[in-house]
Design a protein around this ligand. Structure first.
Ligand code: GDP
Ligand code: MG
Length: 597
């Protein structure tokens, strides 16, 4: 059958181990990358280029003539490696029969190598270990092979040795894909069953749904039903994603591609849905996806109040492309109408904020991110809050619980002391320590989620010279001595800066927030007192001095072009500021204040 010559696979790895570079080499091999000088072409989003990381899973279809003389259709998905985007990986895997598990020969197996490996194992996928960067003098091929055997339980003899950078060994990767990854086994004669594993909004085409066809086939003109949302549409176009969309006459069982159906109402469209024929539906939808639970919450407000509807529209469109994002309307005393959004981590939040700016041209104010707290009230009832402003009056609270996670940290022995100290500083409880081999150790620790979402990863990296990696999963809610820290700017409580803190760190945190705010808020024509308070008690104080009038006076008169430039600059700057009371607060202040020195 036609499926014999199809291979669907994902490329998975720890961050920076070379997934996107390997994707480039595969694109070359299938003739989709002509210009050898271009790099990481699949990381097409502006935010991806800027950060040099993959944020979205990217799908490509190409054709490869194998040594057996047959031409194979390869559908592959480059995936992100950062823990915040794990959900992208797990969704991608549902469209595949196999994975290339890339391991950096100089770094060996890291935390996300393991977590991605387990995701692939759960989906029963064929796993091809690929040892990358063997061109580097610091490559430890034998060590990595040993880890493949011990940590993953795979046969190290099956590992491929490559350099994605130089192209060495890429031919062995292509042949292994053809020989080891099984062909899809759908039934072409059954009614259509296609999984929507990703989507995005295009202003001309409407929703573009990335699909994996499991059974049946789909072509232009077909009447289709989205089984979960119970919406009916008529297919306008089907095709392959070959960096651009390339229309085809039909997508048959086993294939990966896209469909459009002039879907303009985006609010009820969901990733994980199953598409079937309206007139001859399949018996049951595909398993779809587990609902993701966001870990981190923050208010998103338009910098310009009148952009509220635009922000709503933008969030709906973004959600099509980022199923892990959640949002609901939220009214803040200081910031007006906006949305309370849920994210999988702080990087996720930053990426969403940047995408709203770059892709939707919306300047956004983000409030202080928070985890979720479970509050038991004195009458025994339970409420969940996702921001300090929702905290009920102290007299009504019996108990506050905060989320704990179980974290796995892998690091070279020499940094053990520093990392154990870090865990302790973050109120962590060490549960276990496993010497993986002669020079690596795995620490298993319970940590309050609130202590790791902000800068734990950065600290971990800097304390271990980049060698430690970590991964975490939700454990449980635990009673904790959490109190609300208020921040007053110019004598006024700013609800968007209020935060929940542990009693023991309240003073330190209050001090650090006002010190940071002092650097973040520009000078004004008047003195601005900054205060941190618990209840009515002020625990820290800083003052921003007034701008001297003569500095400003210089701007007036004089060179007209200089003046205009200055005004433009001010306008640009203004877009990124929010006036609270009569003080301009820059948008990044709301996240930056949380980072600890
Ligand atoms: P990803 O995060 O897994 O997608 O990793 P990237 O493909 O973005 O690669 C991370 C870094 O490693 C980039 O600077 C690449 O140029 C570099 N890199 C990737 N593969 C190789 C390789 O085979 N050899 C060397 N020397 N560098 C590589
Ligand atoms: Mg990448």
């Amino acid at each position: 059958s036609h499926q014999k010559y199809i291979r669907n696979f994902s490329i998975i790895a720890h961050i920076d181990h070379g997934k996107s570079t390997l994707s480039d080499r595969l694109l070359e091999a299938i003739g989709l990358l002509k210009d050898k000088s271009s790099e990481q072409v699949l990381d097409s989003m502006e935010v991806e280029k800027e950060h040099g990381i993959t944020v979205k899973a990217h799908t490509v279809t190409g054709f490869y003539k194998a040594q057996d003389g047959n031409t194979y259709q390869l559908n592959f998905i480059d995936t992100p490696g950062h823990v915040d985007f794990n959900y992208e990986v797990s969704r991608s895997l549902k469209a595949c029969e196999g994975v290339l598990l890339v391991i950096d020969a100089t770094q060996g197996i890291q935390a996300q190598t393991l977590s991605n490996f387990y995701l692939a194992l759960e989906e029963n996928l064929v796993i091809i270990p690929v040892i990358n960067k063997i061109d580097l003098p610091s490559a430890h091929i034998d060590m990595v092979k040993e880890q493949i055997e011990k940590d993953l339980g795979l046969d190290p003899a099956e590992a491929l040795l490559i350099s994605a950078k130089t192209g060495l060994g890429i031919d062995t990767v292509l042949e292994a894909i053809v020989q080891r990854i099984p062909a899809p086994k759908g039934d072409i004669h059954s009614p259509l069953r296609a999984l929507v594993f990703d989507s995005y909004y295009d202003s001309y085409l409407g929703v573009v749904a990335k699909v994996r066809v499991f059974d049946g086939s789909i072509k232009k003109g077909d009447a289709i039903t989205f089984m979960l949302s119970q919406k009916n549409y008529q297919v306008e176009e089907v095709g392959y994603t070959q960096i651009k969309l390339v229309p085809q006459s039909e997508l048959r069982a086993g294939k990966v591609g896209y469909i459009t159906a002039a879907i303009k109402s985006i609010s009820d469209f969901g990733v994980g849905d199953t598409i079937t024929w309206t007139n001859k539906p399949c018996a049951e939808p595909l398993p779809g996806y587990k609902e993701v639970k966001p870990y981190v919450f923050a208010g998103l407000f338009p910098a310009e109040g009148e952009d509220f509807e635009d922000l709503h529209e933008a969030l709906m469109k973004l959600k099509l492309n980022d199923a892990a994002l959640t949002f609901e309307k939220w009214n803040s005393a200081a910031l007006g109408m906006g949305f309370k959004c849920g994210f999988l981590g702080l990087l996720h939040l930053q990426i969403v904020q940047e995408r709203l700016d770059k892709e939707f041209d919306l300047a956004i104010i983000t409030t202080i991110p928070s985890v979720e707290y479970r509050i038991t009230l004195s009458d025994g009832s339970i409420m969940m809050i996702e921001s300090a402003t929702e905290l009920p009056d102290q007299s009504k609270i019996r108990q506050i619980e905060e989320p704990f996670v179980l974290s796995h940290i892998i690091l070279p022995n020499e940094y053990l002391g520093a990392i154990l100290q870090l865990i302790q500083d973050r109120r962590g409880i060490q549960r276990n320590m496993i010497y993986i081999d002669t020079d690596r150790v795995e620490i298993i620790a319970e940590l309050p989620l609130a202590e790791i979402i902000y800068d734990f990863y950065d600290k971990l990296k800097s304390f271990s010279r980049g060698y430690a990696s970590f991964d975490y999963e939700f454990l449980e809610f635990r009673p904790s001595e959490i109190i609300k820290l208020d921040i007053l700017v110019n004598g006024k409580v700013v609800d968007a800066l209020a935060q929940m803190v542990h009693k023991d760190t309240a003073y330190e945190r209050g001090r650090s927030v006002v010190t940071r705010l002092k650097d973040l808020i520009p000078q004004h024509l008047f003195v601005i007192p900054l205060q941190a308070a618990i209840g009515s008690k002020i625990i820290a104080r800083e003052t921003i001095k007034a701008l001297r009038k003569d500095v400003l006076a210089k701007c007036y008169g004089g060179d007209i072009t200089r003046k205009r430039k200055l005004l433009e600059k001010q306008k640009e700057g203004k877009k990124r500021m929010r006036t609270i009371g009569n003080v301009d607060i820059p948008q990044e202040a709301f996240i930056e204040v949380l980072k600890r020195g």
